[in-house]
Design a binder for this molecule. Structure first.
Ligand code: DHB
Ligand code: FE
Length: 281
C-alpha cells in the first residue's frame, strides 16, 4: 500500500532558484539560507520518497485570467519547467505519475466530493521548481516523481484555510487506498510573510511567521480558522500563500513530529521558512 512518509513546507522565492542556477549559493547573502537547507536535504535522502505531491501556486504562468482553477491537479507524466519571461530554468524535466494522479482524482471527486480541475498539459513555474531545488539541490534528474497540485491563492475568492486542511485529509485517504507500495511525500509551498507591491512592499512579520509554524504543528484546525484578511494584514498581500502548507499538514493526519525548522530573513523581499514533519500514525 502507498503511505505518506512525511511533509515539508517551504517558501518558493524565485531568487532562491536564481541563486542556485547562477552558482551564488556560497555568496555572503545566500550562504546562511542555503546552509539551513542541508538538514532538510539530508532528511529527503534518508526517507527517499518515490513520489512528491507538491502543493503550489501558479503565478499567472500556466493559468491566466482566462482560466483560474481553485484546485488544479497535474495529470501528466511530464511537466516541463515554464518560461516565466527569461527562458525556462535549466533544471531537469519534472516527471509525473499519471496513474497515481488519476487515483487521487477519483478518490477526491467521488469519495470526498471535492471538485478538482484536471490539468493534462502543465508547465510548472518557480512555485514548484524552486522547492525542488531547495529539497534536492542540482541533480541530473529529480530523485522522485512529482504530482503538482495548483491552488488559487492569487484571485479573490481563494479557498479557505479549512478547505485546504480538509483537502489534505482527503489526500491522505486517497494515498492510503492506493494499492501500489509507494512512499509519498507531501510538500506545501509559498510564503512566508511577504508583500511584493504597494506602500507596504517588503513587509516581513517574524512573529506571525513563527506563530504560524507553531500552530501548523500543534493545532492546524486553529490555524485553518484564521480568516484571509488576517494573513493580508499581518503577513502581507502575498502571505496568503501559506494556506497551501495546510494541505500538507492535513495529509499528515493527527499528531506530527517536527523534525526540522529553518527561518531566515531576507530572501529577496521575503521571509523564507522551511519545516519538516513526520506523521506519528
Ligand atoms: C517573490 C515571488 C514569489 O512568488 C514569492 O512567493 C516570494 C517572492 C519575489 O518575486 O520576490
Ligand atoms: Fe509565490
Amino acid at each position: 500500500m502507498a503511505r505518506i512518509i512525511g511533509g515539508l513546507g517551504t517558501s518558493h522565492v524565485p531568487a532562491i532558484g536564481a541563486a542556485s542556477d547562477h552558482g551564488k549559493t556560497r555568496d555572503d547573502y545566500w550562504a546562511p539560507l542555503f546552509a539551513g537547507y542541508a538538514p532538510a536535504r539530508e532528511w529527503i535522502r534518508r526517507v527517499d520518497p518515490d513520489v512528491a505531491i507538491i502543493v503550489y501556486n501558479d503565478h499567472a504562468t500556466a493559468f491566466s485570467l482566462q482560466l483560474i482553477p481553485t484546485f488544479g491537479l497535474g495529470m501528466g507524466d511530464e511537466f516541463p519547467p515554464a518560461d516565466e519571461g527569461y527562458g525556462p530554468r535549466q533544471v531537469p524535466m519534472v516527471r509525473g505519475d499519471a496513474e497515481l494522479s488519476w487515483h487521487l482524482a477519483e478518490s477526491l471527486v467521488i469519495n470526498d466530493e471535492i471538485d478538482i480541475t484536471f490539468v493534462n498539459d502543465l508547465h510548472v513555474d518557480h512555485g514548484l521548481t524552486v522547492p525542488l531545488t531547495i529539497m534536492c539541490d542540482r541533480p541530473d534528474e529529480w530523485p522522485f516523481k512529482v504530482i503538482p497540485l495548483a491552488v488559487n491563492v492569487i484571485q479573490y475568492p481563494q479557498p479557505t484555510g479549512h478547505r485546504c486542511l480538509e483537502l489534505g485529509r482527503a489526500i491522505r485517504r486517497a494515498v492510503d487506498s492506493y494499492p501500489e507500495d509507494l512512499k509519498v511525500l507531501v510538500v506545501g509551498t509559498g510564503g512566508m510573510s511577504h508583500q511584493l507591491q504597494g506602500e507596504r512592499a517588503g513587509l516581513i512579520n517574524r512573529e506571525f511567521d513563527l506563530a504560524y509554524l507553531d500552530r501548523l504543528v500543534s493545532d492546524p484546525d486553529a490555524q485553518a480558522a484564521v480568516p484571509h484578511v488576517d494573513y493580508l494584514r499581518q503577513a502581507g498581500s502575498e502571505g496568503l500563500e501559506l494556506i497551501m502548507w495546510l494541505v500538507m499538514r492535513g495529509a499528515l493526519g493527527g499528531d506530527v513530529r517536527e523534525v526540522y525548522r529553518h527561518y531566515h530573513v531576507p530572501a529577496s523581499n521575503t521571509a523564507a521558512g522551511l519545516i519538516v514533519l513526520e506523521p506519528t500514525a
